[in-house]
Design a protein around this ligand. Structure first.
Ligand code: IVH
Length: 682
């Protein structure tokens, strides 16, 4: 019977989901759950107390002690479009016996894609933190929750604070933290984590709290549980404001709104802008704001009637893995990638996705012919999560990494202890092509017009074979090529000429030396002042430069030990390319030890210009705000997450005029300097 089958499926998938091993996308799970709900609603005779539709979540795990929730941790009913949300608001109006939605009053919140947590404070002290579990009994994860920096361990209850306070909210992993974790995983040759939500779940379920502590988890409070004492609260929005005053992180995007039209505007806004946030959301949650109205509406066995989730369309899809191919990068790295039956994910068509390396393919165990789950990691890079094993055809063979380079047929090599496999033929055309494209890219020599097609044609026509040849191109010959018009050729020539004056650091970046990124290249070019001095420097001298270190130093030394690299440098010299680093800064180092973040556009400085102005005065210019940030310079259209972070951490924010003052004096306008300590409070 379908209803029994659906119950079993929902139960199984819930357990897999809670164990971080989902085998179907969230949207498919929602569809199964919805089908079961609809079937039970249409046939009340099939209703059963042990149906997963009357349970809140998955059963608890055996590792942690049980915690019985004083107030059950309910789930939410889901709506998947505006009509369903409107139907809910109409049900609410009927339940409250009001004529129009304007008499209701709603609180709109983001639906944070993380793990629900309930925290109990007694006499102002955090005494227990528990997961939702099955809604009635959860897991005691106090020791792990204690390591989350933003969670208050104590609250101020002087002046009539609550004797007992239960705060509920969502633990989540910010996307930049998740991405950094995966970079570290890859560097260590370990498998990538699938998504921030599952990683949060895994991080909270560690037996060793120091692992949880290292995961950079964050938290938003969105609901009260049991409360004894404290102020009289009339609305949910007032309750959240109060939690904010007590020191809990509360989400800045929440909006108490008067009408259902405002609710729709909120839902539509986040449908469009979900990726403006640096954490993942899977929808919005709309709550009736008045606490009295909430009491009158009550709950079903599973979810409150006064709240409704508005789920955003899935960012995961399933499709067929047509093939696994291997591409050769500029360093010769052979990267396997998935060729997919084209599928639209998060608004764009995906037909290829990286599989990183052979270990990842083996770990994910994806095979050509599989149905695979595809998602957009950070919603930009498509990623294959894994196969849908239930749909694997019988006897599908495992995929084998190729033995030879698919471009030049040289045998591929996997160095011992490395996660990656390489084509070691320096003349491999695929390597040359990607190396030249990289050299010409914006982050390196910025040669406009020297894209994939032009590079490939120039190689084909033997106009260039390596990056050094760019500065000796015979432009008259280019003019003779078909599809190369006079204006386009002259523009390309002008871009090549202009690139000769690019800073030495850009040239170093363009060489594609392993481990050497823009900041290392900048450090080397300022420390040694000339390409020849870098070539002549020994490993120790380079490793002693601030921001370089032994790994980069060794890699740079290895690179310049080759005849081929030295021949390239001679081609640059002959072509008139700048090999000289920046003049040693004569400016007073007033920003020494300070860290200044810039967000938004400034009138008088480009992004690079502002960075130069900071660095040439001894300051640091990181890309994100942290506790260590001295000040954030706010230009026009600043990044919302940087501003919020600065507000949360109390980092001073200054405008462009303040920035100029800071560059001159080294003192953040409006902030007392260390030289003038505050007088003692008593
Ligand atoms: S309120 C009684 N508000 O969504 C109402 N939940 O699918 C309890 N969630 O278990 C939940 N953001 O883990 C609420 N702003 C928000 C939320 C939120 C995310 C999660 C929460 C809940 C799940 C239900």
């Amino acid at each position: 019977m379908r209803v029994l089958e659906l119950r079993q499926l929902v139960r199984d998938h819930r357990i897999r989901y809670e164990n971080d091993e989902p085998t179907i996308p969230d949207a498919d799970f929602d569809a199964l759950f919805r089908e079961l709900q609809d079937l039970e609603a249409a046939h009340p005779e099939l209703a059963s107390d042990d149906s997963p539709t009357s349970e809140v979540g998955a059963p608890r795990s055996a590792t942690f002690a049980p915690v019985e929730h004083t107030v059950p941790m309910m789930s939410l009913d889901n709506s998947f479009d505006e009509d369903e949300l409107r139907e809910w608001s109409e049900r609410v109006a009927r339940g409250l016996e009001v004529e129009t939605d304007a008499e209701i009053g709603y609180m709109c919140e983001l639906k944070i894609d993380g793990i629900a947590l309930s925290m109990r404070y007694e006499d102002g002290v955090l005494v227990q933190a528990a997961t939702r579990g099955n809604g009635r009994v959860g897991d005691d994860i106090t020791a792990n929750a204690m390591t989350i920096e933003v969670i208050p361990k104590e609250i101020d209850i002087t002046g009539g604070g609550p004797r007992v306070l239960e705060v509920r909210g969502e633990v989540y992993m910010p996307v930049p933290v998740f991405d950094a974790l995966n970079v570290a995983q890859e560097a260590a040759g370990l498998p990538r984590y699938a998504n921030p939500r599952n990683t949060t779940a895994g991080s909270l379920r560690q037996k060793d709290p120091s692992i949880t502590a290292s995961r950079g988890l964050a938290f938003w409070a969105y609901q009260l549980g049991q409360v004894e004492g404290g102020p009289e609260l009339a609305s949910h929005s007032a309750a959240i404001d109060w939690l904010g005053e007590l020191g809990f992180p509360i989400n800045p995007e929440r909006r108490p709104v008067p009408t259902f039209d405002d609710v729709i505007a909120f839902a539509r806004h986040w449908h469009e802008h979900r990726h403006d946030l640096d954490y993942e959301i899977d929808g919005a949650v709309i709550k009736v704001d008045s606490l009295d109205a909430q009491r009158r509406l009550g709950s079903t066995a599973r979810a409150p009637r006064w709240a409704m989730a508005y789920k955003l369309p899935p960012e995961e899809k399933t499709t067929t893995l047509l093939d696994i191919q291997v591409s050769i990068g500029r360093t010769g790295k052979a990267t396997p990638f998935a060729v997919l039956d084209p599928v639209v994910v998060a608004g764009s068509t995906v037909q290829m996705a990286t599989l990183h390396n052979s270990d990842q393919v083996a770990l994910k165990d994806v095979r050509p012919g599989d149905t695979v789950i595809v998602r957009k990691a950070g919603d930009v890079i498509p990623e294959v999560l894994g196969p849908v094993l239930d749909q694997r055809p019988a006897d599908l063979p495992e995929w084998q990494f190729p033995i030879d380079c698919p471009t030049c047929t040289h045998t591929l090599v996997r160095p011992e202890g490395e996660a990656h496999t390489f084509c070691v033929n320096p003349l491999c055309p695929a390597r040359q092509q990607t190396q030249i494209e990289y050299f010409a890219s914006r982050g390196a020599m910025d040669i406009e017009g020297m894209g994939e097609k032009v590079v490939s044609r120039f190689i084909e026509e033997s106009l260039i074979a390596d990056v050094g040849d760019i500065y000796g191109i015979d432009w008259d010959r280019v003019l003779e090529l078909d599809r190369f018009g006079e204006t386009a050729v002259r523009n390309l020539q002008a871009s090549v000429d202009a690139s000769k004056a690019r800073p030495l650091a850009s040239l170093l970046v363009g060489l594609g030396i392993r481990h050497l990124g823009p900041s290392g290249a900048e450090a080397l070019s300022s420390a040694f002042g000339h390409m020849d001095a870098i070539i002549a420097a020994d490993v120790e001298a380079m490793a002693a430069v601030d921001g370089v270190g032994p790994v980069i130093a060794q890699s740079v030394a290895d690179y310049f030990a080759s005849e081929k690299a030295l021949a390239l440098i001679e081609k640059f010299r002959a072509g008139g390319v700048n090999l000289t680093g920046p003049e040693r800064s004569e400016l007073p180092q007033v920003l020494d030890g300070l860290s200044i973040v810039v967000t938004g556009s400034l009138e008088n400085y480009s992004r690079d210009g502002a960075a130069d102005a900071i660095k040439s005065r001894g300051g640091k210019n990181p890309g994100s705000v942290s506790k260590k940030t001295t000040a954030v310079v706010i230009g026009s259209e600043p990044g919302a997450s940087k501003v919020t972070k600065a507000e949360d951490l109390g980092v001073p924010m200054i405008d462009e005029a303040g920035f100029e003052q800071l560059l001159e004096t080294g003192v953040v306008p409006g902030v007392e300097s260390d030289a003038e300590p505050e007088p003692d409070a008593d």
